[in-house]
Design a protein. Structure first.
Length: 217
């Protein structure tokens, strides 16, 4: 999504530097709208980039600082877009950062049923990445699957759990070929997610393999 992104710190730094692909940049922008946990860090990154961190004298660096130094090593770093304000749920169910990609209210999108309790809306390929929305009924689960590439998933509504943890509105989940998981939506509320993937998804469980032909196309 960026070249060789491997974790949240790198995604945030890539967002601040403007080096992510367009859909990944939009996903992180929406994350910052929905959750305040990363805003101060990104603000610091953008400030450091604007003051020419790469040209400063060497100092003792933490692991996170080493990451920043490598990302901002260019003479003219590209600064990411402004962090938007939290979405007003009364006026829109789509974060401002995703409106160009999604294009319309959730209820007006062409949702396709993948299996009982799970729907998908494909938004197309952008900048070499596939973009889509997933809707999972509360308490339902996705089939077990892994990835031939990288997947970023932003929770827009509700929450889900998988082998990596529990994710709620505004959280970003990261998955790749080393992860075989089975996301389960939280009870009591439907879960809606925006996903950006580079590389195809592979269903791994017996039920998933049976459904595979219906989930293609």
């Amino acid at each position: 999504m960026e070249k060789n992104v491997t974790g949240m710190d790198e995604l945030l730094a890539g967002y601040a530097a403007g080096t992510l692909t367009y859909p990944a940049q939009a996903l992180i922008g929406a994350h910052l709208e929905l959750s305040d946990q990363s805003r101060s860090y990104v603000n610091s990154l953008e400030t450091l980039a604007g003051t020419g961190l790469a040209d400063s004298d060497p100092v003792a660096l933490s692991d996170r600082d080493n990451l920043l130094e490598s990302i901002f090593s260019d003479d003219d770093p590209i600064i990411g877009g402004d962090i938007g304000l939290p979405v007003d749920g009364n006026s829109s169910d789509v974060p401002q950062s995703l409106k160009t990609i999604i294009g319309k209210p959730m209820k007006d999108l062409p949702w396709k049923t993948l299996l009982p309790g799970v729907k998908e809306c494909k938004l197309g390929e952008i900048d070499g990445c596939d973009t889509s929305l997933l809707w999972i009924r509360g308490g339902r689960q996705m089939p077990s699957h892994t990835h031939h590439g990288t997947e970023l998933t932003l929770v827009l509504q509700g929450g889900f759990s998988d082998e990596g943890g529990h994710y709620i509105t505004g959280d970003v989940a990261f998955a790749d070929g080393d992860i075989d998981h089975k996301p389960v939506a939280d009870d009591g509320e439907d879960c809606i997610c925006f996903a950006v993937t580079a590389g195809r998804l592979e269903l791994t469980g017996p039920i998933g393999r049976w459904f595979a032909p219906f989930m293609r196309g």
